[in-house]
Design a protein around this ligand. Structure first.
Ligand SMILES: [Mn+2]
Length: 241
């Protein structure tokens, strides 16, 4: 065994893991958010899916995420809205159906000139790299829901992406990790913390807040599409969704 090399000076702080809830085309809120928590090279930013559709500038959101990858680690969870876009692009779903579910606003942000082909190829290729689940030692991150009794690598993608917490509020996951998710928007703009599950879709595209959460510390940053911002911490757990 070679002698261990001298420890490097520990100038670098360990990175943070910060999750961002459903952005839905709110490019101004996202830009304000990144200004607030200022991602550093060692950080991991996890977007929980549904970065596109409904809001004013889906294209601008995706451009920001592509640029963010040059500053820090970016993990993108695939939401049901990116799934619809991909299905529409691939001819697996009628384009009209996606347009009807908020895709019309997204397509507007791409100029619409040549219909669904107006979407930058680079963006479509980017969406294809997005994942179902991301795990840290204490948490796991999914878009919408999960099965408590199934391992995280054997979750049904349909429920991960589509199932509302109003239809089914899962028990704690068998891994013991805290679930951090979006998808089920809270129209009052509130974070829902059940202890074993935290939902941070606080309805930015409907006049609520975009929420970012650092689960390890409970730090919360929130911004609005007006550019407004505030900081706080994760509310104490409540018993019901
Ligand atoms: Mn969703």
């Amino acid at each position: 065994m070679p002698p261990s090399s001298p420890a490097k000076p520990s100038a670098e702080k360990p990175g943070r893991t910060i999750a961002i809830g459903d952005i839905h085309g709110c490019a101004t809120a996202l830009a304000a958010m990144l200004e607030m928590f200022r991602p550093q090279a060692a950080d991991t930013v996890v977007t929980l899916g549904d970065v596109i559709d409904r809001g004013p500038d889906s294209r601008g959101v995706v451009q920001q995420l592509l640029r963010l990858r040059e500053q820090c680690r970016v993990v993108c969870i695939l939401g049901n809205h990116e799934q619809m876009l991909l299905d529409a692009v691939e001819g697996l779903m009628p384009v009209q159906e996606w347009l009807h579910h908020g895709g019309a606003q997204a397509l507007d942000s791409y100029g619409r000139g040549s219909g669904i082909n107006s979407i930058d190829d680079e963006h479509v290729a980017f969406f294809r790299t997005w994942v179902d689940v991301f795990e840290t030692p204490g948490e796991f991150f999914v878009h919408g829901n999960y099965w408590a009794t199934r391992p995280l690598d054997r979750q049904p993608w349909r429920d991960l992406r589509w199932q509302s917490l109003h239809w089914h509020t899962p028990e704690p996951h068998r891994s013991g990790k805290t679930a951090v998710l979006g998808h089920t928007s809270n129209k009052q703009g509130r974070i829902v913390n059940l202890g074993h599950l935290v939902c941070i879709d606080t309805y930015c595209c409907g006049g609520g807040w975009l929420t970012a959460l650092e689960p390890a510390t409970g730090r919360v940053w929130q911004t609005q599409e007006t550019g407004e911002g505030r900081e706080g911490s994760l509310p104490a757990p409540t018993g019901r969704f």
